[in-house]
Design a protein around this ligand. Structure first.
Ligand SMILES: [Ca+2]
Ligand SMILES: [Ca+2]
Ligand SMILES: [Ca+2]
Length: 453
């Protein structure tokens, strides 16, 4: 739609954005946006410089499409002198290299063009400012969109107003900037998906007088492709940095390759040389991804297993338990705890170890879905016994939810008693011949909301 807006409109919109951006009220409401503060003199001068670029034939503002840094004008101290430079993004369609990143340096009250990065392609996909070298200056990492779903990654340094392209990859899949080798300097870590999953790899670009491709590690064989936006950085045991790369594996399966720095290079520390796969990370339930579930700063990956189910009639699993495991540098896992995750209702519960093999779950939805409950029962497979309920966790919505949460026998899990919320979670303990070891307090301690739900 952008291209049909008149140029003056575009300039006004940009000036507005600039005003908002520079005044620091990015989170202001729409009405606030239109009460324009008078621009300080020097920002008006920056705006004039930007308008000069936009005044060219077929020029338009072209902010990065994705990522956190998606404003059309951004402020960053690139050279580390304590004064922020302004960075503006344009597309000049008539040019052979239509994408332009202008870097403006402030000189007194004036702005002048310090450097321009030019690129081929259809759009600037995303941008990052990171120190990848040995000077105080930040490098600019740019993902250029070449065509639909094809992206090229490049890193540039700006020194003495000269743009230097440090590295460039063709058709990469994802990247992170992260200190993998623990030398207090970040590396560029690039996921390159191959034609088949088995030919995918992670490339590590490290700085040794120049930024260069230092080492690579292959992903597991027999996968389909890496999971879109699945790559995560995090930590192993002893706070060793690592990159976690999930891939699609067979039908409904996922496999996660863990990449870390070992013996002077990036290595796939979970890869089993016999199978060519990170066999210890395979999982067949994929609604939950790796996360720091216990908040100790170390990544845990879920290892799902089917809970015993007296009603099971098919091979389809109704209830999964998740063993959350952290890994050490040798790829050896340790379980921190086991949970039942209820993604649909937005909560999870830590299952005590002594419950293993003794507890089954069932669901009970009432009142048109405004009362959804999961019932925990004592049951041992092959015992011939009927499941004996001992705990119910309710998700309550709609009218009277507070009253229903506070019914006799029920206790609040979220929010606390006396507070209302669109969704209220409550628990109930039931008499049972088996001792679950639970109290209201321990149920509260074991219950958590799934963040983001
Ligand atoms: Ca500066
Ligand atoms: Ca490093
Ligand atoms: Ca953790």
């Amino acid at each position: 739609m952008k291209r049909y807006i008149g140029k003056s409109c575009r300039i006004t919109a940009l000036a507005l954005l600039l005003a908002v951006l520079l005044s620091g009220c990015i989170s202001g409401s729409v009405s606030e946006l239109y009460v324009l503060p008078k621009l300080p003199e020097d920002y008006q001068k920056l705006q004039k410089k930007i308008e000069e670029v936009l005044a060219q034939n077929s020029a338009e503002s072209a902010a990065p499409l994705t990522g956190e840094l998606s404003q059309p004008v951004q402020l960053q101290d690139l050279d580390g002198d304590g004064v922020k430079e302004a960075i503006a993004f344009f597309r000049v369609t008539s040019d052979e290299r239509p994408l332009k990143i202008y870097i403006y340096r402030q000189l007194g009250e004036e702005y002048e063009v310090a450097a321009v990065i030019e690129g081929a392609g259809s759009a600037i996909n995303c941008v990052a400012y990171e120190n990848l070298g040995d000077t105080p200056a930040k490098e600019i990492v740019v993902s250029w969109q070449m065509s639909e779903k094809v992206y090229s990654l490049a890193a540039y340094s700006i020194a003495h107003d000269q743009v230097l392209e440090l590295v460039r990859t063709d058709d990469y899949t994802d990247f992170r900037v992260f200190d993998l080798d623990m030398d207090n300097q970040k590396e560029l870590i690039v996921l390159m998906a191959g034609e088949t999953g088995g030919s995918s790899r992670v490339d590590l670009y490290n700085f040794h007088s120049v930024l260069e491709l230092e080492s690579s590690a292959m992903l597991s064989q027999n996968t389909t492709s890496p999971v879109e936006n699945g790559m995560q950085t995090g930590y192993l045991k002893d706070h060793v940095p690592a990159v976690f790369v999930p891939s699609y594996y067979s039908e409904n399966g996922r496999i996660t390759d863990i990449m870390a720095w070992r013996d002077g290079r990036i290595q796939n520390i979970t890869l089993d040389p016999e199978t060519g796969e990170s066999s210890s990370t395979v999982r067949w339930y994929n609604q939950v991804s790796g996360t720091d579930i216990n908040g100790d700063g170390i990544m845990e990956l879920p290892e799902p297993y089917a809970l015993p189910d007296p009603k099971q009639t098919t091979t389809a699993v109704n209830f999964w338990a998740l063993r959350w495991r952290q890994f050490d540098i040798n790829g050896t896992p340790t379980t921190v705890f086991t949970t039942y995750h209820n993604e649909r209702d937005g909560w999870y519960f830590i299952l005590p170890d002594q419950w293993e093999g003794k507890v089954c779950l069932s669901r009970s939805d009432q009142a048109g879905g405004s009362e959804r409950a999961v019932i925990f029962s004592y049951w041992e497979e092959g015992s011939g016994m009927e499941p004996e309920p001992f705990l119910v966790i309710y998700r309550l919505t709609g009218e009277n939810r507070e009253r229903r949460a506070d019914m006799a026998g029920r206790f609040r899990l979220y929010p606390p008693q006396g507070e209302d919320n669109n969704v209220i979670y409550a628990g109930r303990l039931l008499d049972c011949s088996w001792d679950s070891g639970l109290t209201e307090e321990s149920v509260q301690a074991a219950f958590s909301l799934i963040s983001g739900s």
